[in-house]
Design a protein around this ligand. Structure first.
Ligand code: NAD
Ligand code: UFG
Length: 338
């Protein structure tokens, strides 16, 4: 297949490009490099032997999107990663988030329809569930009001695709990621947060390497076994693999009534302290951390029911928590060596 990967120089996109190329698919990336760098293309080339084509432009520019689709005949599908993703920033700049995340998607949907590119895999998030009533959370769980404009863009995007797909003939898979962490085992690509990280794993590895003084553990008074919040952490390479399977499924699917939705997690929850312990185990280091107040807006615990992805996509996460934290640490050390 020939696939457009939007946001393909970003964290999850770059790992997915590797996976697509290693399965023999051709990739064209569109990214405006607002949160990534063109150097990722060379790194992908080192891993796979092929540097994917990169076109640098902003997907909110409708004419550029139409022009791109007009020039790339024979696309089999789109995996749409490009979006802003910082929850806290979205509260400060809600319109930036609505514009970037929603207008990009609208432009892509219209261009797909016009050029008859009819397979879409979309990056959604477990944020659409809020704090679920029962765990593990299935795809049938009611969606809750988003706690941030970022989360709201994911919910609205899902609805937009569901409204447009039947009219346009687009078949779509909406993938609800739990907490992606880790890096490619080669340590040639990984997560590159700009400035102070928001997410747990980059904060841990940056503290261990000496870029940050100490990790704050946000709350130890939750109703969980060790008092810290629980998430379903998933290796980014496992996540990447699911995108390839989703696209392969769409290419074989004769008909679809409405977009299919899949949770992507391991099916297990780990607490913040368990992640720290795993990191300490694989790195042989003691991490400097302190318990602080809860972070506003955080939920207590969530983990996925992944049986649907297993039965329909034939997908299952295979990496352990230690493999995730080890690969993240190797990536941090690689960055420090550059
Ligand atoms: P990322 O920021 O590393 O990658 C996104 C890429 O999109 C970046 O390279 C950025 O430059 C590009 N981009 C953004 N807006 C663009 C635009 N208007 N035009 C062209 N390029 C644009 O993020 P990621 O972690 O790889 O996330 C990928 C997707 O997965 C996003 O949609 C994100 O919301 C979603 N997601 C991420 C997580 C997570 O924890 N990382 C969790 C759930 C969902
Ligand atoms: N945490 C800390 N200290 C830190 C960073 C995080 O203790 O410095 C804790 C958080 O409180 C949380 C856990 O580590 O309990 C994971 O936090 P992350 O920020 O890594 O991930 P979140 O679960 O908060 O965020 C994820 C995705 C978002 C999505 C959000 C919705 O990264 O894209 O879920 O809940 F919007």
């Amino acid at each position: 297949m020939k696939i457009l990967v939007s946001g393909g120089t970003g964290y999850i996109g770059s790992h997915t490009v590797v996976e697509l190329q290693q399965k023999g698919h051709e990739v064209v990336i569109v990214d405006n490099l607002c949160n990534s760098s063109a150097g990722v293309i060379r790194q992908i080339g080192k891993i796979t032997g092929t540097e994917p084509l990169l076109e640098v432009f902003d997907l909110t520019d409708r004419h550029r999107v139409e022009d791109f689709f007009g020039r790339h005949a024979g696309l089999d599908g789109v995996i749409h990663f490009a979006a802003f993703k910082a929850v806290g920033e979205s509260v400060q700049k809600p319109l930036d988030y609505y514009r970037n995340n929603l207008v990009s998607l609208m432009n892509i949907l219209e261009a797909m329809h016009q050029q008859r590119v009819l397979h879409l895999v979309f990056s959604s998030s477990c944020t659409v569930y809020g704090q679920p009533e029962s765990l593990p959370v299935t795809e049938e769980a009611p969606l809750q009001k988003a706690l941030s404009p970022y989360g709201n863009t994911k919910r609205i995007s899902e609805e937009m695709i569901a409204d447009y797909a039947p009219l346009s003939g687009i078949k779509a898979v909406l993938l609800r990621y739990f907490n992606p962490i880790g890096a490619h085992p080669s340590a040639l690509i990984g997560e590159l947060p700009l400035g102070e990280p928001n997410n747990l794993l980059p904060y841990i590895t940056q503290t261990a390497i000496g870029k940050r003084a100490a990790l704050s553990v946000f709350g130890a008074d939750y109703n969980t076994p060790d008092g810290t919040a629980i998430r379903d952490y998933i290796h980014v390479c496992d996540l990447a693999n699911a995108h390839v399977l989703a696209m392969e499924r769409l290419s074989k699917l004769q008909q679809q009534q409405k977009p299919e939705v899949f949770n992507l997690g391991t099916g297990h929850g780990n607490s913040v302290l368990e992640v720290i312990q795993s990191f300490e185990r694989v790195s042989g280091l003691k991490l400097n951390y302190r318990i602080t107040d809860r972070r506003p807006g955080d939920i207590e615990q969530v983990w996925a029911d992944v049986s649907l992805a297993e039965s329909v996509l034939g997908w299952k996460a295979v990496s352990s928590l230690d493999e995730m934290t080890r690969s993240a640490w190797n990536w941090e050390k690689y960055l420090a060596s550059q």
